[in-house]
Design a protein around this ligand. Structure first.
Ligand SMILES: Cc1cc2nc3c(=O)[nH]c(=O)nc-3n(C[C@H](O)[C@H](O)[C@H](O)COP(=O)(O)OP(=O)(O)OC[C@H]3O[C@@H](n4cnc5c(N)ncnc54)[C@H](O)[C@@H]3O)c2cc1C
Length: 485
């Protein structure tokens, strides 16, 4: 059910201690923010056509697409480098399809110049699809995206800038977002634009703008879904500490008995646990991607809880890290624990699990999607989980309810928790981002607002950018018919 911040805290049952901590922080920030000495605390305003918040797999294509449409774009990122989950959480592996548009440009660059096998994969193909497990170093993603972003003169990328608030004007029951407030060098700065895209992965900016959001599992009956929980347990998917291990001594063997799952060699169709020792040695590039310890976090909007979960995950990992060390493998830990799920912003359309299972394309679809249902921590029959068809992401699921001047992109768009478990993967987040960026530029250029753009023109632009050109080029391994006539 939709929630606002107040009911969300209540539904989580956060006690007096939690609330008083939050209240203390809010009070301190607000009292600073509204100090009389505005000039001392605020840098001069910036004005652009499109603001994108979050330089991750959805925000980067969003910014690039808007810039290619001629919009002046500012891309704000709280980290010191662009990349999002592949860079700061070491989620360096792509799942699902399609791999098209700006996301495809990214992975082609990764394969060409950053292959862990030294030579680019020969089977990677034009559509980055060969049923093998490709992954790259986190720093390779940031190098590729830095190069792509800096080649685009319409984009100003500002890293180290955390957006802390949305600027909103209210008329009747509709809010219009006219910009955001960010922290830059311990000072506040307002950035103003007719369209803002929330690509934060957390939905913070939309929540600050007063949008309703969903959090945690839904009951089947909430959205009339054919599968799911009878009663919501309020949980989000667990967090996982990712890491990379790398052989540093010759004549040493990977300590596979210490791992029963979640280890990936480079450029291979099999997970490490499914390799015979002979196969693994033959193919071993000496570097492995690990899905490490997994920890449940009650409230992933709370950075203190997330940080505590990382400590717990690192402690739990100790025996496995020691086994690696002993066997002559160095380990590189992701700086942040991987958070799979946070807010889902309620939009004009809510994508449901039945849209995913039945391969539904609404008339206003702007991104294709295909990936299994993958809700960590929730059991679903294997056949149901895998038997999904390509489906469409409707433009309405990017438009927050009762709000103008704002679009969402990536994993926070409007969908049920089960639907999101499918479209949350990076290639799909990338195509959603590209659609959001193109739409935002159209709305900003023509001053129409995000609801009144010409949807057919948007679809034609996305088609011309190659976003729908994948079906038939890849082997989906599912028994379904092409959706396009
Ligand atoms: C452990 C784990 C394993 C996964 N495994 C896979 C996998 O194998 N394959 C796959 O394809 N996908 C996988 N995923 C899913 C995928 O990585 C994410 O869903 C995807 O990265 C979401 O992209 P996004 O752009 O929406 O958000 P993110 O990648 O989270 O990017 C959001 C960006 O916004 C920035 N930001 C946030 N708040 C602010 C703010 N207030 N101000 C400024 N900047 C801000 C963040 O720093 C970040 O750079 C996994 C995710 C996790 C956590």
């Amino acid at each position: 059910m939709p929630v606002n911040r107040r009911s969300f805290i209540k539904s989580l049952g956060i006690g007096a201690a939690g609330l008083s901590l939050n209240n203390f922080l809010l009070t301190a920030q607000q009292s600073n923010k509204f100090k009389d000495d505005v000039n001392r605390n605020y840098l001069p305003d910036l004005q652009v056509d499109v603001i994108v918040i979050g330089a991750g797999p959805s925000g980067i294509p969003a910014a690039m697409a808007a810039a290619r449409e001629g919009a002046k774009v500012i891309l704000l990122e709280e980290d010191t480098t662009p990349g999002g989950a592949p860079v700061n959480m070491y989620v360096t592996f792509m799942c699902g399809a399609p791999r098209t548009g700006i996301y495809l440009e990214t992975v082609r660059q990764l394969n060409k110049n950053h292959s862990l096998g030294i030579e680019p994969s020969k089977t990677f193909g034009d559509y980055a699809w060969d049923n093998k497990n490709h992954w790259w170093l986190p720093s390779s993603y940031s190098r590729v995206w830095n190069a792509m972003l800096s080649a685009q003169k319409n984009i100003t990328l500002m890293c180290g800038c955390r957006v802390i608030d949305a600027i909103v004007s209210t008329k009747g029951n509709r809010n219009t977002v006219t910009g955001v407030v960010m922290m830059r060098n311990e000072l506040y700065q307002r950035v103003l634009a007719p369209v803002t895209i929330d690509a934060t992965g957390t939905g913070l900016v939309s929540a600050k703008a007063g949008c309703n959001f969903f959090y945690g599992s839904d009951a089947k009956s909430d959205f009339n879904e054919s599968i799911g929980l009878e009663k919501s347990d309020g949980k989000v998917q667990p967090c996982t500490q990712m890491f990379i291990s790398q052989r540093t001594k010759s004549n040493t063997e990977f300590p596979r008995s210490a791992f029963n799952t979640g280890v990936l060699l480079y450029d291979d169709p099999k997970w490490e646990v499914h390799q015979t020792p002979e196969e693994a040695v033959r193919k071993d590039a000496g570097i492995y991607l690990h899905w490490g310890s997994t920890v449940h976090v009650e409230d992933t909007t709370d950075i203190v809880q997330v940080a505590a979960a990382q400590m717990e995950a690192l402690n739990r990992l100790k025996p496995r890290l020691e086994a690696l060390q002993k066997a002559g493998y160095a380990t590189h830990m992701a700086p942040k624990i991987g958070v799979r799920e946070c807010r889902r912003i309620q939009g004009e359309y809510v994508v449901t699990v039945d849209d995913v299972i039945n391969g539904v394309f609404q008339d206003d679809h702007v991104a294709d999607a295909w990936y299994a249902l993958d809700p960590w921590g929730m059991k679903i029959e294997e056949k149901v989980k895998l038997d999904v068809k390509p489906y469409g992401i409707p433009y309405r699921s990017l438009i927050p309810l009762n709000t103008e001047g704002l679009l969402t992109a990536g994993r926070i768009i409007s969908g049920t928790r089960l639907a999101m478990s499918s479209y949350r993967v990076q290639p799909i987040c990338g195509t959603i981002g590209e659609a959001a960026g193109t739409a935002a530029a159209m709305a900003a250029n023509k001053k129409t607002g995000v609801r009144n753009i010409d949807i057919r023109q948007l679809q034609r632009k996305l088609e011309a950018a190659g976003l729908f050109d994948w079906y038939g080029h890849v082997n989906l391994n599912v028994n379904n018919k092409p959706w396009r006539k």
